[in-house]
Design a protein around this ligand. Structure first.
Ligand code: ADP
Ligand code: MG
Length: 134
């Protein structure tokens, strides 16, 4: 697996969530991703970027385009130094929210991508990495 290109984008305010979506769309197109997969990925980005802003108190989205044999991957990491997620199992339950959301962001995002990794530590922050392959 080789790294073709990478970058970082801040997620601090509402407008950054829109920009993160646009970046993901542009990168997915660059990867040659099918429209259906691109749409799924952008939906996942919406949810995770919003969580980074709302619950994480802001953070960053790192992106990487990966080449592996005949496939291309877009890997995105959402990281913040917010309060972390005390109960991952609960947070990964459909319909559970600590706020006023629908509680479908994390579980929905997980279903929409090929790889989903969640690292979090109370008091330290949260890091979620998703990958979608062509
Ligand atoms: N980056 C984050 N930092 C801290 N807590 C988070 C983060 N992302 C998600 N959570 C927690 O996980 C819960 C579920 O998230 P999600 O499925 O997106 O639902 P919703 O955003 O509707 O609450 C949130 O209510 C919140 O408690
Ligand atoms: Mg959410």
């Amino acid at each position: 697996m080789t790294l073709r290109s990478s970058g970082t984008q801040p997620i601090q305010i509402e407008q950054d969530v829109v920009l993160a979506r646009q970046t993901a769309r542009k990168l997915a197109t660059e990867c040659g991703m099918r429209l259906i997969d691109l749409t799924k990925l952008v939906t996942a980005v919406s949810e995770l970027a919003r969580n980074t802003m709302v619950y994480g108190g802001g953070g960053d989205m790192d992106w990487q385009i990966l080449d592996e044999n005949s496939r291309v991957g877009l890997r995105l990491t959402f990281r913040d130094e917010g309060p972390g997620i005390p109960d991952i199992k609960l947070a990964m339950t459909d319909g559970w929210t600590s706020g006023s959301g629908l509680g479908l962001g994390l579980t929905g995002a997980k279903r929409l991508v090929d790889e989903f990794e969640l690292d979090t530590e109370p008091g330290k922050g949260t890091r979620i990495t998703i990958t979608r392959w062509t």
